[in-house]
Write a protein that binds this ligand. Structure first.
Ligand code: SF4
Ligand code: SF4
Length: 445
């Protein structure tokens, strides 16, 4: 079969504003990892122009240079000419899924990931036998002896990301409604996330706790599935639409909501795109998708917007240092906030999480040098491009360690797993966990 030479769906004139200045290159994670022009935004835009002009065929080699893109969107933030690379790569991704553009092994691996990650019940069934392995000395021994290498690079990468699994990983324990503490200010829905609820369920618990303590009633629709972010960012259109439709149905059945809150930035980015994603669906579904997209708000963004209550702020107490001493004015606790790409570049949120963290007494925020550069997680990137992801993860870990932080803070599950894998010895927590911990300390005293 011949590969397509054109790219249907590419926004007309979308590549025109690129003047090939290269200002985007220093922020491009794939360029930093691979050092080749073809693996940079400028090189890919050049390739798109050539494909559109009929001068280049989208074959497996060219497709490989698009597959090396993390979709982190740092180039969109960096571009002074307003090139919407986000729209270009979103339109290109579905074309990369043509069977002739990837090897049978790559296609099988992707099918396995897309058949597993968006479905918590399947993921839990697979992980159940690994409970006595994940986070135990046996896992440390296996890793220490390098035995995971026999699994091959992709499976080894997956094993390296595997966190300890708590009983909470295997069932959704949050009640359907978590009442507001004190007077109810808002009623919101909470998206649990497919990977987050399994690999880091404490984030959802902390999020609900912080919201409720701020006078916000939290509704957790039962049997909610994946929002489709995992497949959306890989151009798997049909599966994404099916997942989105099912989720819309779940949230529609819980009564009026002031907002639908998301504590994983990759999910928030996709939820906010639902209106566009389902614009050509049946009118009722298209309207419901647009409504959900309008209500989708990142949890940090929401809390910064509505403000923490006076009572909550009064309950925030200093966090403790690793030696058990509480942070103080003389000895603050240093946090480094890691910007998830789909939060910073995808949703334009950077001040809100920092503002919330600085509400905690005696916290000092430090910024990594390469603040807007991707950590190499990027959805399934670290599972399908493990070599590049490894380089980027190590680079980001060095940068975060260089801040002198005692806690790295990340508001995206994919980044958190990637950072934990590379930041051994340095805790990685979600902003909601850090806030809940500070508030919990306040409650206990
Ligand atoms: S995408 Fe923007 S920053 Fe990058 S080369 Fe083109 S015009 Fe320059
Ligand atoms: S999305 Fe990220 S990895 Fe892809 S070209 Fe832009 S900066 Fe580079």
């Amino acid at each position: 079969m011949t590969a397509p030479t054109t790219l249907p769906g590419l926004p007309p004139g979308g590549t025109d504003p690129c003047v090939h200045c290269g200002f985007c290159l220093p922020s491009c994670a794939s360029y930093l990892a691979l050092g080749s022009e073809m693996d940079s935004p400028r090189g890919r835009i050049h390739a798109l122009k050539a494909i559109e002009a009929g001068e280049l065929t989208l074959d497996a080699t060219v497709a490989g240079h698009f597959d090396s893109c993390l979709g982190c969107l740092a180039c969109v933030s960096a571009c002074p000419s307003g090139v919407r690379y986000d729209q270009l790569i979103e339109a290109t991704r579905p074309r990369l899924n043509a069977p002739e553009l990837r090897s049978p092994a790559q296609q099988l691996w992707r099918r396995l990931l897309f058949g597993l990650l968006p479905y918590p019940a399947r993921l839990r069934a697979l992980l159940r036998p690994l409970r006595s392995y994940a986070g135990t000395p046996l896992q440390a021994l296996v890793r220490g002896m390098g035995l995971t290498k026999v699994l091959g690079p992709q499976l080894a990468a997956m094993e390296q990301l595997l966190p300890p699994l708590s009983p909470d990983s295997f069932s959704d324990r949050l009640p359907q409604v978590i009442p507001a503490v004190g007077e109810r200010r808002y009623r919101v829905g909470l998206l649990l996330g497919c990977v987050q609820r399994v690999f880091d369920p404490a984030v959802n618990a902390a999020t609900a706790q912080v919201l409720a303590a701020n006078g916000i009633e939290v509704v957790v629709p039962t049997d909610q599935g994946c929002c489709g972010a995992v497949t959306h960012h890989q151009g798997e259109e049909a599966q994404t639409r099916a997942l989105a439709q099912a989720l819309i149905h779940r949230f529609n059945g819980v009564g009026p909501l002031d907002a639908v809150l998301v504590s994983a930035s990759g999910c928030g980015h996709s939820l906010k795109a639902y209106g566009r994603l389902l614009a050509d669906a049946a009118p009722e579904l298209a309207a419901a998708a647009a409504e959900l997209a309008d209500k989708a708000v990142d949890v940090q963004e929401f809390l910064a917007r509505v403000g923490l209550t006076t009572a909550f702020q009064a309950g925030l107490k200093p966090l403790t240092h690793p030696d058990g001493c509480p942070a103080s004015a003389d000895r603050p606790l240093t946090l480094a906030y890691h910007d998830a790409c789909h939060m910073l570049h995808g949703q334009g949120i950077s001040a809100a999480p920092r503002q919330l963290l600085q509400a905690i007494p005696h916290v000092r925020l430090r910024e990594p040098l390469e603040q807007g550069v991707c950590c190499g997680s990027a959805g399934i990137y670290n599972l399908v491009q493990p070599t590049e992801a490894e380089l980027l993860g190590a680079r980001k870990a060095d940068d975060l360690r260089g801040t002198g932080a005692q806690i790295a803070v990340s508001a995206n599950i994919g980044c958190s797993l990637q950072l934990r894998r590379h930041l051994a010895g340095l805790p990685v927590q979600h902003p909601m966990q850090v806030l809940a911990r500070s508030f919990g300390a306040g409650q206990a005293t």
